[in-house]
Design a protein around this ligand. Structure first.
Ligand code: ATP
Ligand code: MG
Ligand code: MG
Length: 334
């Protein structure tokens, strides 16, 4: 939407005063709109203003972002202790909904890139993980599912007493537990098995994404950089060494996208608990025959040294319980 780009060097105007927010630079663009660094002439401070695209679907979702985030801020984290971004205000501007946030620093993807994708020091992995978990605990208590946890949506906080810190942002895809309307959620690399398979989901899907993020902070590259959903699921099964159990696959809506029912008990195909399974994952040829195009398959390209220090195990049966920090049981010397 080209007229959005013209915001640079123009003023955003809100109802309270004529020239309150002066745009200094663009911080990021997403599906929902653009985020600008602005000088707030009323409070004499910098703020981040998210300008939502002026289409009804985006507007509705932005209203959700405003209401869930204000509930989290005011009711569940009144003293700003739990690493969740603060929303400051929201207002309409020329048919766009604008949301103002406290100004934060780079996102974790940018940080990893600056570090040439070699991963962060364990000390930072540990600190950031603890803080993200703190935010997730509060969200679970509030019954809010973020639905888009990924490095781009975790920002470095400006240094206070030079202690490193992060905050979770972007509640633009969030929803209430028990009121899950959408089935196509989460960014692909961080998409949980529940969502891939089309199984009812809970706040535990954020915990899956969290596990992916912790691994990525440590090794520097995404853990499941799948070029398609099929690719992501195949990588998960390969990495944890077993597939979801039959009862789960029987109930999930998307099982047939990825698996073939291969007789009552298919020999030679082990589910995670070592039992034989009735399902086997489709081969690339079968996916191609069905979709009449080659399935997109990416490559593994990990720095092996660091990857070998992660220990993976995932109790497929405990989908939805969210009782683990994702699926990573430990990093040596954690
Ligand atoms: P997505 O495509 O992930 O849904 P989005 O359109 O919902 O994105 P946000 O994730 O809220 O938008 O913001 C986009 C980017 O803008 C972020 O990844 C971040 O780099 C930057 N950004 C957002 N909020 C802030 C903030 N408070 N301070 C500094 N930068 C921010
Ligand atoms: Mg985002
Ligand atoms: Mg978003």
């Amino acid at each position: 939407n080209s007229d959005l780009i013209l915001y640079v060097n123009l003023e955003l105007v809100n109802k309270k005063s004529d020239r309150r927010y002066i745009v200094e630079e663009m911080l990021g663009q997403g599906t929902f709109g653009q985020v600008a660094k602005c000088w707030d002439a009323e409070t004499n401070s910098y703020v981040a203003v998210k300008v939502i695209k002026n289409q009804p679907a985006f507007y509705q979702q932005a209203i959700m972002e405003v209401s869930l985030l204000s509930m989290l801020n005011d009711k569940f984290d009144p003293d700003d202790q739990h690493h969740i971004v603060r929303m400051l205000d929201f207002f309409p501007w020329k048919n766009h909904l604008c949301i103002t946030f406290e100004m934060l620093g780079h996102n974790l993807y940018e940080l990893l890139k600056k570090n040439n994708l070699r991963g962060l020091q364990l000390q930072f992995v540990r600190t950031f993980s603890r803080q993200i978990l703190d935010a997730l605990i509060v969200m679970k208590g509030a019954g809010i599912i973020h639905c888009d946890l990924k490095p781009e949506n975790i920002l470095i906080t400006p240094k206070v007493n030079s202690a490193a810190g992060v905050k979770v942002i972007d509640f633009g895809s969030a929803c209430m537990e028990g009121k899950t309307i959408y089935s196509y959620i989460q960014s692909r690399y961080y998409r949980s098995p529940e969502v891939l398979l089309g199984y009812p989901y809970t706040t535990a899907i954020d915990m899956w994404s969290f596990g992916c993020i912790v691994a990525e902070l440590y090794i520097g590259l995404p853990l499941f950089p799948g070029a398609s959903e099929y690719d992501v699921l195949s990588r998960m099964i390969e990495m944890v060494g077993g597939q979801p159990p039959d009862d789960l696959l029987r109930e999930a809506k998307n099982t047939r996208k990825f698996f073939k029912h291969a007789g009552s008990i298919y020999p030679g195909n082990e589910a995670h608990d070592g039992l034989r399974s009735s399902y086997r994952i489709l081969t690339e040829d079968e996916v191609e025959a069905r979709d009449s195009k080659k399935p997109k398959i990416g490559k593994w390209y990990f720095p092996r040294g660091r990857l070998d220090r992660l220990i993976f195990s995932y109790p497929w049966k405990n989908l939805n319980e969210g009782n683990l920090p994702g699926f990573i049981s430990s990093i040596h010397n954690w």
